[in-house]
Design a binder for this molecule. Structure first.
Ligand code: G3P
Length: 227
């Protein structure tokens, strides 16, 4: 499973990009509004941080197919390759997806809460489908993880050419359960990236190594011996 960061915050994106093996950034209008920055400046800065090779998923706020296509074309021109327009699923969104595919522009169909939404999005040509795990789990236990599992199964049964981009997570456990479904990607906050690699036993182990080393070698480092 690949990891992306779900954020519009430049500091968080810099942090994730420096320390974690992320393959891209996803945003949505809520995350963008939280930054209250010039839209163009925000996304050109994100592109600068992550470079040209990582994916950048930007959500449209348009609701009519023609306008969605127009926004996607302009954003693609601004943000270059590895750009994906995020479109919440709707009739107009599906129509836009078909048109964008003809123009070679990547589409992530988002706000997915049911497997059939994902299947129809894939048939329309979406490259990624983004089911919201936490929001489903909040209304029914394991609903989010099971929905992702069903969408992954559909992908396998029909050998479809799309990827699951699971979104909306609260806990590392949810992330782990989603990884077990075979989901191709998960987009998570900087806080969850950090939480996923944090374990009190790891911290104890590192503290033990440091104490034992210092008891014999003091402040010397391995490099002091091998340089
Ligand atoms: O981008 C969509 C998804 O990340 C939503 O997450 O945390 O608002 O449920 P959340």
């Amino acid at each position: 499973m690949n990891y992306l960061i779900d954020s519009g915050n430049l500091e968080e994106i810099k942090y994730a990009n420096e320390f974690f093996p992320i393959v891209g950034v996803t945003t949505n209008p809520t995350l963008v509004a939280r930054e209250n920055m010039d839209f163009r400046k925000l996304f050109t800065s994100i592109r600068e941080i992550i470079g040209p090779d990582k994916m950048l998923h930007v959500q449209t706020t348009a609701t009519k197919a023609e306008q969605i296509v127009e926004e996607a074309v302009a954003l693609k021109k601004l943000l270059g390759d590895n750009f994906f327009i995020k479109i919440p699923i709707s009739e107009e969104g599906l129509k836009a997806t078909r048109k964008l595919k003809e123009q070679g522009i990547g589409v992530t169909m988002t706000a997915i809460f049911a497997p059939q939404q994902a299947l129809i999005a894939a048939k329309a040509g979406a490259d990624f489908v983004a089911p919201y795990v936490k929001r489903l789990d909040n209304i029914s236990a394991d609903g989010g993880v099971q929905t992702v599992a069903d969408i992954v199964n559909l992908f396998n049964i029909y050998s479809l050419d799309y990827q699951v981009l699971a979104a909306s997570f609260t806990t590392s456990y949810e992330l782990h359960k989603v990884a077990l479904t075979g989901a191709h990607n998960a987009t998570i906050s900087a806080k969850l990236l950090k939480a996923a690699i944090t374990h009190s036993m790891t911290e104890n182990a590192i503290a033990g190594f440091e104490k034992d080393w210092k008891s014999v070698y003091g402040d010397k480092t391995v490099l002091d011996f091998v340089k």
